[in-house]
Every structure is written in C-alpha cells, then in structure tokens.
Design a protein around this ligand. Structure first.
Ligand code: ADP
Ligand code: MG
Length: 325
C-alpha cells in the first residue's frame, strides 16, 4: 500500500460529521478504543452486517454505493428495532489502497451517516479480498425496542414503501431502469418509520431476504401463521412499468416482491381495535405503509388473490408455506 494504515485512516475515515461531533462521543477515532456515553434511560441496540464483494454487490458497483449500502443495511436493522442511530464502527479489508475507490466509498458512507447524525467512532483496516463490516449502535428508551416476537392472532400485517424493486433491478442487470437501480444500490433505511412505530406495533422486522423469508421469521418467533393478500403488495410505478415491458402475465409480479431480497423496508404487525388514533398515526408515518395481510393461528403462510382463491408462489424452498388451507 502506498499509504500507511495510519495515513489511510486519517485521510478517509477520521471524519468530522457535518453537524459536528456528537456530544455522547467521549473519545472517537485514534485511541485503542472509543468511549461512548449511553444515557441512563436508554437501552443500547447493537447490530452488525458484512458486505462481501461478488456476494452482496457485483464487482461493477461504484464504491459510493458500496459505502452507502454498508451503513444502510445496518441502519435498517436499527430501524426495525425502533432505535435511533448513534454510532458505528467499520472493519475494512481491502485488496489495495486505491485512493479513488476510498474517496468514493467514504463519500457514500458519510453522506448517509450525516443524514442521521450517526458517527464513525472506530474500526480496523486489513489487507485481503474486499470485505466491509459495519457495526451500528442505536439508542431506544428503556424497554421500548421493537422486536420480531410479540405478534398475535388477528393483528394486521403492514409493510413500508414498495417491494421487489431491488430484486427486479438485480434480475435486470445493466438493463434495469434508473429508478430500480437506485433502490438496489442506495437502499433507504426506514429510520423515521421505525421511530414512529414505537408503542404502536406488536412486532417488527426489516425485509432484507425477501418478505416471505423475513415475515416467516416474525411468525416463527411466536409459532404463528398469516394470510397475505397478494394483490395488495405495494409495487412501484418503475416496477410495474418494467414488468409490463417483460410481458408479465401477473404471476411473476407477485413472486418478485414476495421473495426477492434487498428491499430494506419494514414489516410490522398492529393489534386490531386500537381505533382511530392508531390509524392516524399510521397515516402520518413518513412514506407510505400498506396493509397486506392478517396474522393467523398455527404455522405457515398463505397467499390469497382478490377473488379469494389461494395463490401458490413459484419460488421453492420457503418452508413457511402451507401447501393448502
Ligand atoms: P490498534 O492497533 O490499537 O488496534 P488501529 O491501528 O487498528 O489501532 O486503529 C487506530 C485507530 O483508528 C483506532 O481508534 C481505530 O478504532 C481507528 N480505526 C482503524 N480503522 C478504522 C476505520 N476503518 N474506520 C474508522 N476508524 C478506524
Ligand atoms: Mg486495531
């Protein structure tokens, strides 16, 4: 490496946040470890996700997008817990110290970090095949974090935003529309929605591996089932326009939002009968929220069409399915 490890950290990662250093960072980058002040009335929420080249992003993706996504996927986990992002650490394994790559990577990373005033407080740099690990730390009022467990029979199932855009972009490769590509390369963590959902929802998860897989985790946490209305799955204009050019008969356009990964939307359950207060709180959420189904007794997940018929997803391997009612 032309740059020493120390120079590399100083040049690209010892970054002064646009809004200034956070008050709760007692000691940031530069010592053996960071010191962070957790308020007495808060729980600390911690998560970690790794991006590996060729697995989580294609070799051709710009470093700016990789920087954004490495942090975004972690912020999405904090959002799903209803936590407010505070700090993160970064472990970077690089094949070489390519200054153009590092410049772009840092741009993407810190542009997102500044938007949520989440501060990089430490990390590690090693040499090897490109691998990026971020650990994010968030704060939530004591005992008020959202969890995967807690849903109950009769709760309504909601998702934020639209589903399947990133998955369709991945399938389309270089022919994907700019809008779909944006969803894949620059996922938007639903932090504001996660914060607004505190106290309203019975359970919450973020959708990283596809709705069926992740809703399956939420159901498994309490041994529950669900019925989904596939015609209600929120799909973007970009998604529908692309499906139309593909001459979609209608079937694939359910399969992608049901099972493709990389959505980074939230899926959550809301107890019935909480009245108008709950409905208006949901309506006031940043971005859209769509009711897509209801929690049922027993294991498994069923998909239903508008006409009441049961619809069987094409994808194999979803052990959460029941074959029939
Ligand atoms: P040590 O050898 O004591 O583990 P390092 O040389 O690994 O220290 O790191 C020196 C300082 O730089 C530490 O405060 C560490 O947290 C920080 N640091 C190292 N790599 C990164 C990185 N990729 N991003 C941010 N801070 C980093
Ligand atoms: Mg170290």
């Amino acid at each position: 490496m032309a740059l020493s490890e120390f120079e590399l950290i100083q040049r690209y990662f010892d970054y002064q946040p646009a809004a200034g250093s956070r008050d709760d960072v007692v000691l940031g980058i530069g010592d053996d470890a960071a010191i962070l002040a957790v308020p007495d009335d808060r729980d600390l929420v911690v998560c970690m996700d790794t991006l590996v080249t060729g697995v989580h992003f294609p070799e051709s993706v710009t470093a700016d997008a990789i920087g954004h996504k490495a942090l975004a996927v972690n912020l999405s986990d904090l959002a799903a817990m209803g936590a407010e992002p505070a700090w993160f650490t970064l472990s970077l394994t690089l094949p070489d110290a390519d200054s153009q790559w590092l410049e772009l990577f840092a741009q993407g990373l810190f542009a997102l970090a500044d938007r949520y005033h989440v501060q990089l407080v430490g990390g590690d740099v090693t040499r090897g095949p490109l691998n990026i690990t971020v650990q994010a730390h968030g704060l939530v009022p004591k005992g008020r974090a959202l969890k995967r467990s807690g849903a109950a029979v009769g709760d309504r199932i909601y998702v934020t935003g639209t589903l399947g855009d990133a998955g369709l972009a991945l399938q389309q490769g270089s022919t994907a529309s700019a809008g779909l590509r944006q969803r894949l390369d620059y996922p938007e963590p639903r932090i504001d929605a996660g914060l607004a959902l505190r106290g309203l929802v019975s359970a919450c998860i973020d959708i990283s591996d596809g709705l069926l897989a992740d809703l399956g985790h939420l159901l498994a946490a309490d041994g529950l089932g669900a019925i989904l209305q596939v015609d209600d799955l929120p799909r973007s204009q970009d998604f529908l326009a692309t499906m139309e050019t593909l001459g979609d008969s209608g079937n694939l356009s359910y399969n992608v939002p049901l099972s493709a990964g990389d959505d980074y939307e939230l899926c959550f359950t809301v107890p019935p009968g909480q009245g108008a207060e709950l409905e208006s709180a949901l309506a006031a959420l940043p971005g859209s929220c769509t009711a897509i189904g209801v929690i049922e007794q027993g294991g498994g997940l069923r998909c239903q069409r508008q006409d009441g018929s049961i619809w069987q997803p094409a994808a194999n391997g979803y052990q959460h399915f029941r074959a029939k009612i």
